[in-house]
Design a protein around this ligand. Structure first.
Ligand SMILES: Nc1ncnc2c1ncn2[C@@H]1O[C@H](COP(=O)(O)OP(=O)(O)O)[C@@H](O)[C@H]1O
Ligand SMILES: [Mg+2]
Length: 356
């Protein structure tokens, strides 16, 4: 008797395993579900019939058969309905990704239905939204870059034409032509630097150095300009050793000092503060200029973003300096941020990892 039961179990398991393997080969989820429903109903029925036949002859097999086929049909219909609804949602997701692939960045997938599919739809939509905003940013960048490139080119062309037409003497245009060419060169250089930051190919070696001499030499470079504009340059240095790429730190600091001096009126003060905290070193440049709003403090690190005053003053920076500074600082494992000062003016700070 036990031997018989064991063999029924073994045969059932064997049939089940073979059937499940067969199921996974079916081409669509709908078919797999339907076949699975059939299997789930037919396997128990097979046991009932087989044991009934083996143990005692059943008189009522027609009724059992009827109940069994009813149950099987219901299960198959349920599986078909569920399968169809899942398949339809997957189809909508597939259609959305096909639209996205063909360049329609506004394509979104449905986010309803069973949780797994809703999660999948949501993940797809997040991906699509971030691709869309990346493309928008790229487009704006190209537009801003071409605008800024066009201005000096137009001005160079106009001056050259004036010389060619004999409307102006060449020598009086040499300086402005040089200025515009220099501006063009600086812009291309900045764009190139940004591209390298984006590509993550800023390979620079990090050294453990004392920051004080480096910061001092940068500040010294601004002494003459500050004196000419009657701006006091203040230094508040503490001993600080950092692990950094000295040339890049210099570039960042020169940029912050240029900005601070540009925004500080006569009789103002620009202070450079160097200090160290536990595992990082901090450099701040404070000024007594017109200051910044909280919103500006965030936006000023965006590429090509310039404040109104900077925008109207033609010939000044392109709004790339702080974006590059951020890239350089972050590539060395530091942070950079700006904040308004309580006493007015702005403070822009960056950190670098302290030398061990
Ligand atoms: N110290 C500062 N005080 C006030 N505004 C500042 C200061 N530094 C930068 N900004 C604002 O941030 C903008 C972006 O600065 P930056 O990226 O260096 O570009 P750029 O110097 O070419 O204008 C500036 O146009 C200016 O409006
Ligand atoms: Mg600048």
């Amino acid at each position: 008797m036990t031997g018989f039961a064991i063999s029924v179990v073994a045969i059932t398991v064997a049939i089940g395993v073979v059937a499940i393997f067969g199921l996974t080969r079916l081409p669509t989820a709908r078919l797999q579900l339907t076949a699975f429903a059939l299997l789930a109903v037919l396997l128990p029925i097979w046991i009932v019939f087989f044991s009934g036949w083996a143990m005692f002859h059943m008189g009522d097999d027609v009724k059992i058969l009827a109940v069994a086929s009813g149950a099987a049909s219901a299960a198959v219909v349920a599986a078909l309905v569920i399968g169809t609804s899942i398949a339809r949602r997957i189809e909508r997701l597939r259609a959305a990704s096909a639209r996205l692939a063909s360049g329609d960045l506004s394509a979104r997938a449905p986010e309803d239905g069973p949780r797994e599919l809703a999660d999948l739809g949501r993940a797809f939509n997040e991906m699509a939204a971030s691709i869309e905003s990346l493309f928008d940013a790229r487009r704006e960048l190209v537009a801003a870059a071409s605008h800024d490139l066009r201005t000096p080119i137009a001005s160079i062309t106009a001056m050259l034409e004036a010389i060619e037409d004999g409307l102006a003497d060449g020598s009086e245009y040499i300086r402005p032509l040089q200025d515009q060419a220099r501006r063009l060169g600086a812009l291309v250089e900045d764009l190139f630097e940004l591209a390298r930051i984006d590509a993550g190919s800023l390979a620079h070696e990090l050294y453990e150095i004392s920051l004080e001499p480096l910061v001092e030499s940068c500040v010294l470079g601004f002494e003459a300009e500050a004196r000419a504009r009657n701006v006091t340059l203040e230094r508040r240095f503490e001993e600080a050793r950092a692990l950094c790429a000295p040339e890049q730190v210099e570039r960042v600091l020169l940029n912050l000092l240029t900005n601070a001096l540009r925004h500080t009126p006569a009789d103002g003060t620009v202070a450079v503060v160097l200090g160290s905290e536990r595992d990082e070193v901090r450099v701040s440049v404070e000024d007594t200029g017109e200051g910044i709003s909280d919103e500006t403090a965030h936006r000023m690190f965006d590429r090509f973003w310039r404040g109104d005053s900077a925008r109207s003053a033609d010939g000044r920076g392109a709004g790339l300096g702080l974006a590059i500074a951020r890239g350089l600082v972050e590539a060395q494992g530091g942070r950079i941020w700006a904040e308004p000062r309580e006493s007015g003016g702005a403070r822009v700070s960056f950190t670098l990892p302290a030398a061990s």
